[in-house]
Structure formats: C-alpha cells, structure tokens
Design a protein. Structure first.
Length: 254
C-alpha cells in the first residue's frame, strides 16, 4: 500500500496535474472563471465535508476520470480526454494517494456556463469529455510501459498532452481553453514544428524552467506545467523527448 501511495503521489505531482483544477489541497479549485465563458469549478475530492468522491468505487473512479461521466450517468467537466492512456494501476495509485491527503471541508458549487459558453456548447464547439472520448467500451491497459527512456514510454507520458496539442501533437487552437490561451504549438518534426533544431537540453529547460532556447518565457497553459515537469525524472523527460522526436511530421492543426 505504501508503494502505491508513493507512486500515486509522484503521478499527481509530476504527470497528472490534478491540482490545477482541484486546488493545491484538492479541496476544490477554479478551472475557468470568465463572465462570457462561465465558471467551471473543480470539485473537492478529499474525504472532508463537501468531498464529491465519498463512496466512490473503482467503477466510479474509472467513469469520472477516464470517461468524463459522473456516477449518476451525467457528463462531467473532467477533462477525461487527457487520461485515455492512464492505466488501471496508475488510477488505483492516484486514488490510494488521494485517500491519504488531509480532509478539507469545502462545499464547491456546481459549474455554470456564461452566455458565450452556452452558445458554444449548443453548437458543439465546446464539447465535454464524454463526447470527446471515442471509445467508452474498450478496457484500459493494466500497467504502464516500463519506465525507461524509450519512445514507447514517452508515448504513454504524452497522453496528458493531447488535450491541448491534439492526438498526434500537431497543435492548433485549444477548443476548451480560455479565450486568452494561444494555440498549442506543433510538437512534430514538421516545418511548422516548435521543436525544430532543439536539443534534449533545450527541451528539458523548456519543461523545467518554462523558457525556450532563447530564454523567452513560455505562455500559459504550458508555463503552468513547470512545477510538474520539475518533479519528473530525467528518464521520464528523455522518454518524452524520444517520442516527440520520432513523430510523423504534420502541419499545424486548424
């Protein structure tokens, strides 16, 4: 159990940024707060008063995290499209860790859409994860690939990048992001690609210091990943680099 908790802690602190939506103490946070788009709130996921996950079983955690569906069958704001490569072991480890964090008493209200968000939702331009996940029936892998500096492990790690950079990492406008977010950069070896001419050291610095090779600060949302990348091991960063370095070149998405 201690090993599972330790693995879950590492996953949450380095690869699955739960704190960005659920708050630093997991007692609730703000995903989007814009008068036009609406207020999307990350619920309290601790065992304290107001915690939404009390009584969750394995199937409930699977549904909400990897399918974007609440226990009552309604769609959730959870960005489950980012967690399609999360394995059963990783999800179990994260749950084990979350059950050890201090309880927080906080009643988080339901999310609500503003006028623009309502229109975008109505015309299908602001889809929820339950609609973006293409396959709700296939089983997930039981265990992650071996932790080694390989493209196979890197592809697994890059699963959380797809929500912004798209499934094949060609980048483009981020559909579910706030209006002030710039388009996600193209990470493939295409002429449009942001990583052209970069070394691993450039990539590592960008991830851990949130600056490009010229020292120019990265913009949100990529800059928000800095504290998580700082907790990644060098093996994880080298695996991610091996994967993106070997991608099929693709033009930037539209």
């Amino acid at each position: 159990m201690q090993r599972a908790v330790a693995r879950g802690k590492h996953l949450v602190e380095s690869r699955y940024p739960c704190n960005e939506c659920h708050g630093r103490n997991f007692g609730g946070g703000v995903m989007v707060d814009d008068p036009a788009m609406g207020k999307l709130l990350g619920p309290n996921i601790t065992t304290g008063k107001g915690g939404r996950t009390a009584g969750y079983g394995p199937d409930d955690w699977d549904a909400i995290v990897r399918h974007g569906v609440k226990p009552d069958g309604t769609p959730a704001v959870m960005p489950a499209e980012d967690f399609q490569l999360m394995t059963d072991q990783e999800l179990s480890d994260i749950v084990a860790y979350l059950q050890t964090v201090p309880p927080v008493d906080n009643e988080v209200p339901e999310s609500s859409l503003g006028p623009l968000g309502t229109v975008l939702m109505a015309v299908g331009s602001l889809p929820l994860a339950a609609d973006l996940v293409s396959d709700h029936q296939s089983a997930h892998a039981l265990h992650p690939p071996a932790a080694e500096p390989s493209a196979d492990f890197g592809k697994h790690l890059a699963g959380v990048c797809t929500g912004c950079h798209r499934t094949t990492l060609e980048g483009g406008p981020i559909a579910a992001g706030p209006p002030d977010w710039p388009p996600a950069r193209n990470l493939t070896p295409h002429a449009d690609g942001r990583l052209a001419g970069w070394s691993f050291q450039d990539f590592q610095r960008a991830m851990r210091e949130a600056v490009d090779p010229e020292g120019v600060p990265l913009r949100p949302p990529m800059s928000l990943m800095k504290p998580y990348a700082q907790n990644m091991t060098e093996v994880e960063l080298r695996a991610l680099w091996a994967y993106v370095h070997g991608l099929e070149p693709r033009p930037t998405g539209r």
